[in-house]
Design a binder for this molecule. Structure first.
Ligand code: 6U4
Length: 158
């Protein structure tokens, strides 16, 4: 039986820059990514996103916009990851390194795709132009995308 794990992923934006974190441990270790993680029982997905952004980057925002809904399936694994992607330009606090993430600002035309999840280079252009998007990716291991679909949407199915 397939089950779904709900995760958040938050990108802080500032004019021509985007805040990424270098994942020091856990899922996606050694890659640059947004901040986020599992949604806990009793919190909404957005509340989970706000909490993770604060825990991992030391930044507080109550003004997140949902911009993406991505599902990841891994060959041979029963769990589909459902990742809810948010952005914000309004926050307080200075990005601060945590046990899990080392934050760093990148110019949007210098995003280090070679050191990120391989799907990111496909949907970042949509995020960066301000579109909403929805996608599905089938991975073999953590490096190879066997198939995917990705589309811009007006609103999300959930
Ligand atoms: N293919 C992918 N592309 C991407 O850009 N982000 C992804 C991704 N697959 C997962 N993510 C994100 C979603 C979420 O923000 C993060 C994984 O969540 P977590 O940090 O909670 O994982 P961990 O296994 O480290 O959790 P803990 O064991 O609770 O620390 O990676």
């Amino acid at each position: 039986m397939v089950n779904r794990k709900i995760l958040s992923l938050v990108f802080v934006r500032e004019s021509t820059k985007i805040l990424l974190g270098f994942k020091k441990r856990g899922f996606g270790q050694g890659r640059w990514n947004g901040f986020g993680g599992k949604v806990e029982q009793g919190e909404t997905i957005e509340e989970g996103a706000i909490r993770e952004l604060q825990e991992e980057a030391g930044v507080l925002s109550h003004d997140l916009s949902k911009i993406g809904l991505l599902e990841f399936e891994f060959v041979g694994e029963p769990t589909i990851l459902q990742v809810h992607v948010f952005t914000t330009t309004s926050y307080i606090g200075l990005p601060t390194e945590s046990d899990e993430m080392k934050p760093q600002w990148f110019e949007v035309d210098r995003v280090p795709f070679d050191e990120m999840w391989p799907d990111d280079s496909l949907w970042f252009p949509l995020m960066l132009k301000g579109a909403k998007f929805q996608g599905y990716f089938l991975f073999h291991g953590h490096h190879n995308i066997l198939k995917y679909n990705l589309e811009e949407v007006e609103r999300f199915k959930y």
